[in-house]
Design a protein around this ligand. Structure first.
Ligand SMILES: C[S@@+](CC[C@H](N)C(=O)[O-])C[C@H]1O[C@@H](n2cnc3c(N)ncnc32)[C@H](O)[C@@H]1O
Length: 257
């Protein structure tokens, strides 16, 4: 299992605090994924880093068959609860596995139509060999003509700016105690090579003059579109497109027929 599993297990219950509105995000993810899959003949999708179910649930809600995998047991449990709340728990199969386990653990006779990994899971692969093995595994799991879709932070402008303090949001009180929740990040850069950034997520909860802070640090490789393009080509993918959606870079590629 990857080294960051404890981080995600701990964050699972608070994960929704990193988003403004879960329901509208599910709807948006579904619309975009359906748009990106148009004309690609996709019905079965492996969500290789499902987290709390953002893409898996969005896809199941619009009729795709989904295998949702994640190495964090906490994230999988939360995804199951979220899927049940959206009444799509029967349309999704769950698997506790990291990227490097998938080629061995996923059983597919004719190959999958698509593999999705969104929400910055891919940059958690900090080592060249892990990246190479992961993409080779995805390639083996896909059917000829199958689609790989990677969604991650576009680190290109951030590498130049090297931000240290990244404000996120304030959640106004929702509990009976009137607690406010403030979310922000502190980024620590390490030149490497490879260039790694540790993102410290702070979640500050309280009211009046009493606040408690929790810090969740996570390491990411500051990958750029050019670097991802090269590793996709090396793994054998073709027709590589880079789409910029708000702050997310979405790379889509095809396994040759
Ligand atoms: C920021 S969350 C994104 C989850 C979801 N895709 C979303 O967009 O909300 C990143 C997820 O990647 C998973 N992850 C971290 N390292 C991974 C690895 N090596 N293989 C597969 N998933 C990994 C984490 O457990 C976590 O659930």
């Amino acid at each position: 299992m990857p080294a960051n599993t404890d981080y995600y297990d701990a964050l699972a219950r608070d994960y929704h605090l990193l988003y403004r509105d879960w329901e509208s995000m599910l709807e948006r993810e579904g619309l975009l994924l359906r748009h990106w899959f148009a004309d690609r003949d996709v019905s079965t999708v492996l969500d290789a880093s499902c987290g709390t179910g953002t893409q898996s649930i969005a896809l199941a809600l619009i009729g795709y068959r989904v295998l949702a995998a994640d190495p964090s047991a906490g994230m999988i449990e939360q995804a199951k609860r979220n899927a049940a709340a959206s009444s799509v728990d029967k349309q999704i199969s769950f698997l506790q596995a990291g990227f490097l386990d998938l080629a061995r653990m996923v059983d597919t006779e004719n190959g999958l139509d698509a593999i999705v990994t969104k929400g910055d899971a891919f940059p958690h692969l900090t080592d060249d060999l892990e990246i190479e093995e992961t993409l080779n595994g995805f390639y083996r799991l896909l059917r000829p003509g199958g689609t790989i879709l990677i969604g991650m932070t576009d680190f290109e402008p951030l590498i130049k700016e090297r931000p240290r303090f990244v404000p996120d949001r304030v959640h106004d009180p929702e509990d009976n105690e009137g607690n406010q929740i403030i979310v922000f990040e502190v980024w620590d850069w390490d030149d490497g090579p490879p260039l790694i950034v540790t993102i410290n997520h702070f979640i500050v909860t309280g009211h009046g003059d009493q606040y408690d802070a929790a810090c969740y640090p996570i390491k990411m490789r500051a990958l750029t579109a050019d670097e991802v393009q090269v590793v996709l080509l090396e793994a054998g993918f073709e027709d590589i497109q880079a789409i910029y959606d708000r702050s997310e870079l979405v790379m889509i590629a095809t396994k040759p027929k």
